[in-house]
Unconditional design. Structure first.
Length: 185
């Protein structure tokens, strides 16, 4: 091919790009949408949330369940169903592979950020305290809030019942599950 052919090809590509750009500008002008006169949906905010937001404080923390009372009643079958959300990124089988996240076999009671062969974020690796039921309960609600800087992009489980059932199920996924604590009186 001689240079004249290459010039025609380059001209055709540039001409097409310019045509698309001009059509885009014209379409934006013709189909411009005006802003609504009133919002379509108003988010209700309680006075407590407004006060907390104005003061720069967090709303009251959710109470931690009495594990001795709730674990014996927890629905591990429902917890297994909830765990399918975890299994998008984690494997739950004994000796299973790390996926996007580390393998979760034996996670309840295991030191944080210690599963072999997984590259944890520096935020997660900063603390090696064991994953207690209390810590996992709070973490699973909002992972990025509990461990700012974690690589885990999961939005969290808002439902208290889902988290309790999931933790009851995860507790059973171990060679030696942690004992159920005594119920508080």
């Amino acid at each position: 091919m001689d240079s004249w052919e290459w010039n025609k090809i380059a001209g055709a590509v540039l001409g097409t790009l310019m045509f698309v750009l001009v059509v885009s500008f014209i379409a934006e002008g013709v189909f411009e949408t005006p802003l609504p006169k009133k919002p379509g949906y108003v988010v209700e905010v309680s006075e407590e949330q407004q006060t907390a937001s104005a003061a720069g404080t967090q709303p009251a923390a959710e109470p931690i369940p009495d594990w001795g009372a709730v674990l014996p009643k927890a629905d591990t079958a429902h917890g297994k169903d909830v765990s399918t959300r975890c299994e998008q990124c984690h494997d739950l089988s004994k000796g299973g592979p790390n996926k996007i996240g580390p393998n979760l076999w034996g996670v309840v009671g295991r030191a944080r950020a210690t599963h072999p062969g997984f590259d944890y974020s520096s935020a997660m690796s900063a603390n090696h305290d064991p994953w207690t039921l209390d810590k996992l309960f709070v973490f699973l609600k909002q992972p990025q809030t509990y461990v700012p800087g974690t690589k885990m992009s999961f939005a969290g489980l808002r439902s208290t019942a889902d988290r309790i059932d999931l933790l009851a199920y995860l507790r059973t996924q171990s060679d030696s599950p942690i004992p159920i604590p005594a119920a508080k009186k």
